[in-house]
Ligand binder design. Structure first.
Ligand SMILES: Cc1cc2nc3c(=O)[nH]c(=O)nc-3n(C[C@H](O)[C@H](O)[C@H](O)COP(=O)(O)OP(=O)(O)OC[C@H]3O[C@@H](n4cnc5c(N)ncnc54)[C@H](O)[C@@H]3O)c2cc1C
Length: 385
């Protein structure tokens, strides 16, 4: 095997990095994950994730973790209501969609980020993850790399895999290409106890998702396993125009001003959101990117191919990268590491470029003046099959 007696360092313990660690360990490979978070209990923030049959779920199946996933996913959380800016319903699949339909390519079960991370962590050998290891730099040492971390620790690895997400610090060691701004930004927030604090939206949500469209603006709400709701409000605006909004009165006046004509129903969420709301400008790696393969360093997930979140493909591509890279590195097909990494990277870039383009196109569609009609007909055509 190409990885015999090699030390592998995965930088970043998100879904991509942890899936890769699991798959490599199953093949007997010595692997460490260096993760920035202080420990496993650090709060994993963000919206929920839907896993797809041909990518995220495929990787979990190969990792022997489908049964664990079935214990932790949230049946019904993939059901959707599409409304206009006045919260009037134009589409709902709550009645028609089955709770579980594993094996159907249109079934995209939802899981919160925290439980997904926990089930991956539990599958790893003890001490695989080295917490509180924020990577800051690397230098070549022999045929491998000496990695340096913010806590002053260092570690040697024969092969380094950057799985450190959107703002990857590993990426510059292989390519100078940077993500570009897509023209869309959003604010991310969450509301606790929404049944009491935002009853109208809670009723509409029914444990699933709401997508609201009006005037080129988009308001997405998702239920979470701990009973809270997360929301993401996005529109076309300047790259740096959204700031941390901490003051409730300021948040409301921003919404009333920038979301002119939207119903006061949405104010329930903004009035009870945890503050500050987090600005999320949307970036994408160029779809025609390429780089020269290195024999001892590569990228997976957002580090390799950051894309907008508008097709729900980011986490799925990260987990499929993990599966394909593990097969290239720890399989018997290739004669050398450069060959194995080159095959992985070529296929990964091609596949991710298609998904990134779809995500960019969806972003345009979701933020156009006729988004409501377009999204309703899209889901009528695709969702209820
Ligand atoms: C608002 C929003 C909504 C989204 N919704 C969806 C969705 O519905 N479906 C979907 O598929 N995708 C969605 N995405 C995208 C998805 O979150 C990412 O594509 C996915 O998490 C990528 O996984 P990853 O493992 O590559 O990186 P990440 O999940 O970003 O994990 C990277 C890990 O590396 C660690 N790290 C970072 N820097 C360092 C460092 N210097 N040293 C050590 N460790 C480091 C981080 O702490 C983290 O644990 C969304 C993104 C956003 C912003």
């Amino acid at each position: 095997m190409l990885l015999q007696n090699k030390k592998i360092a995965i930088v970043g313990g998100g879904p991509g990095g942890l899936t890769l660690a699991r798959l490599l360990q199953m093949k007997g490979v010595a692997v460490k994950v260096y993760e920035r978070d202080i420990n496993k209990d650090a709060r994993v923030q963000g919206t929920t994730l839907d896993l797809h049959e041909e990518s995220g779920l495929k990787a979990l199946k190969q990792a022997g973790l489908l049964a664990a996933f079935k214990q932790h996913y949230r049946p019904g959380a993939d059901r959707m209501t599409i409304v206009n800016e006045h919260a009037e319903i134009f589409f709902s699949d709550h009645e028609a969609k089955p709770e579980a339909d594993f094996g159907n390519e249109h079934f995209r079960p939802e899981i919160d980020r925290g439980p997904l991370r926990m089930l991956l962590l539990k599958s790893l050998q003890e001490d695989t993850v080295v917490w509180d290891s924020q990577f800051i730099s690397a230098e070549r040492q022999g045929d491998g790399w000496l990695l340096h971390f913010k806590n002053n620790a260092s570690a040697y690895a024969d092969i380094v895999i950057g799985a450190d997400g959107a703002n990857s610090r590993i990426r510059p060691y292989i390519t100078a290409i940077k993500p570009f701004y897509t023209g869309i930004s959003g604010l991310l927030g969450s509301v606790h106890d929404p049944e009491q604090t935002a009853p109208h939206i809670y009723e509409l949500l029914k444990g699933g998702k709401i997508m609201a469209y009006g005037g080129g603006k988009c308001f997405i709400v998702a239920s979470k396993g701990d009973g809270s709701m997360s929301f993401y409000i996005s529109y076309k605006t300047g790259e740096h125009s959204l700031k941390n909004l901490a003051d409730k009165a300021h948040i409301l006046s921003w919404f009333k001003n920038d979301f002119l004509g939207w119903s006061t129903v949405w104010h329930q969420l903004l009035e009870h959101a945890e503050t500050p709301l987090m600005p999320v400008p949307v970036y994408c790696m160029p779809t025609d990117q390429s780089w020269e393969t290195l024999p001892n360093l590569t990228l997976i997930g957002d580090a390799a191919h950051l894309m907008p979140p508008f097709a729900g493909e980011g986490v799925n591509m990260a987990m499929l990268d993990a599966l394909e890279l593990s097969e290239c590195l720890a399989g018997e097909t290739y004669n050398s590491l450069p060959e194995a990494i080159s095959v992985y990277e070529t296929n990964m870039r091609k596949r991710a470029a298609l998904m990134a383009q779809e995500s960019l196109d969806n972003g345009e569609r979701m933020h156009s003046e006729h988004a409501l009609q377009d999204m309703v007909s899209f889901f009528n055509d695709h969702d209820l099959q």
